[in-house]
Design a protein around this ligand. Structure first.
Ligand SMILES: C[S@@+](CC[C@H](N)C(=O)[O-])C[C@H]1O[C@@H](n2cnc3c(N)ncnc32)[C@H](O)[C@@H]1O
Length: 341
């Protein structure tokens, strides 16, 4: 009797598909930028869902519009009903519809504007330094005016998560300091949640003016004080604030500067006050999460000493600065919150 051995199956070869997608990644930036320039997600949100209606509304050629829809579908930014109608995903409906506080369409435009310059700047990986000097360390840099409005929508959800962790709605007469507050989005969210709170924003004057406009639009300017200056050198009064916020700043700063600023903020906090850090934070072995891993390149391009720092880094600096209770809180954005007392 003969026995039949199973024929060995060849190990399947890995597909080159993901590498093709990544190498063609400039199309992801381009498609997102052209879609947001033409308010595509906003039109879909308001009920224009067929290619013909969208081509008519945007003025795009039917061939161009269909190609855009195909690309966005490929990127997972739209869904379709067999190509007849197109729909936003929960993520595009929250973050790419104009008029929503969480809209980050401006971020897509910002990245498109940076894309062509990157080709000549990739030697940052060889030199380890930004090509034309740093951007983030320069006072009154116009870079900030573009960035802070583009990223405001990103911080809305983080501000709500922090408000819950800090019980912002339930506390009386909170005095809050927002260091590098940018657009003023944290102030806007927190002051709306608490009618007796007051925020002071320490930032460059042109940026504080942007924040002042936002707070005025929201009828909150009477509880918002701009403090113009460099947070490294501006003196802060002792034992004054219940909460000090440091959101999306630590990644532009060196370990030494972060430790120094955390110490300075501990002195300006009341004895049981809380320092809140919001940033892209890596796990201790630099293995993830994905966006903080990618964001390190942004800091190599734009800062002398910035990086995405690990939990271990933050815990070390906060401990050196005299904080004894340090907790980490995920948000539903790529940023993590740290509360330190
Ligand atoms: C990435 S934005 C973060 C804005 C805001 N905190 C947020 O999370 O949306 C960085 C902010 O820090 C401010 N900034 C950077 N360096 C500064 C410095 N040395 N002194 C004062 N403000 C500074 C910038 O003007 C900008 O508003």
């Amino acid at each position: 009797m003969t026995t039949h051995q199973p024929t060995p199956q060849p190990t399947p070869l890995p597909s080159p598909g993901r590498i093709l997608e990544i190498a063609s990644g400039y199309w992801a930036t381009g498609l997102l930028a052209v879609a947001t320039q033409n308010s595509l997600f906003t039109h879909i949100h308001h009920g224009l869902t067929t290619p013909a209606d969208l081509a008519h509304k945007t003025g795009m050629a039917p061939r161009g519009l269909q190609t855009l829809l195909d690309g966005l579908l490929g990127l997972g930014l739209l869904t379709t009903d067999n190509g007849t109608t197109y729909h936003n995903t929960p993520e595009t409906d929250l973050y790419l519809v104009e008029g929503k506080p969480t809209d980050i369409s401006g971020f897509a435009q910002l990245k498109l504007a940076e894309m062509d310059k990157l080709t000549d700047r990739l030697d940052i990986f060889t030199t380890g330094q930004p090509p034309a000097g740093p951007m983030v360390e320069i006072a009154d840099n116009p870079h900030w005016e573009k960035v802070v409005t583009a990223i405001a929508g990103l911080s809305v959800t983080a501000a709500h998560t922090a408000a819950e962790a800090l019980d912002i709605p339930g506390r009386d007469n909170l005095a809050i300091l927002d260091v590098g507050g940018g657009s003023g989005i944290f102030s806007s969210v927190w002051l709306r949640l608490n009618p007796t709170a007051h925020t002071t924003q320490l930032d460059w004057e042109p940026i504080n003016n942007i924040a002042q406009r936002l707070l005025t639009q929201h009828d909150l300017a009477d509880r918002f004080t701009p403090l113009n200056g460099d947070f490294h050198t501006t003196p802060l009064p002792p034992h004054t604030y219940d909460i000090a916020l440091y959101s999306h700043i630590a990644h532009q700063e060196s370990p030494h500067n972060n430790t120094h600023t955390f110490t300075k903020l501990r002195h300006t906090l009341k004895p049981h006050g809380t320092l809140v850090i919001c940033d892209y934070i890596l796990d201790n072995h630099r293995t993830g999460p994905t966006f903080p891993l990618l964001f390190a390149s942004e800091m190599l391009l734009k800062s002398n000493t910035g990086n995405t720092w690990t939990r271990h880094d933050y815990t070390t600096w906060l401990t050196q600065a005299g904080y004894t209770t340090i907790t980490y809180h995920p948000t539903n954005t790529p940023a993590t919150l740290i509360l330190a007392q």
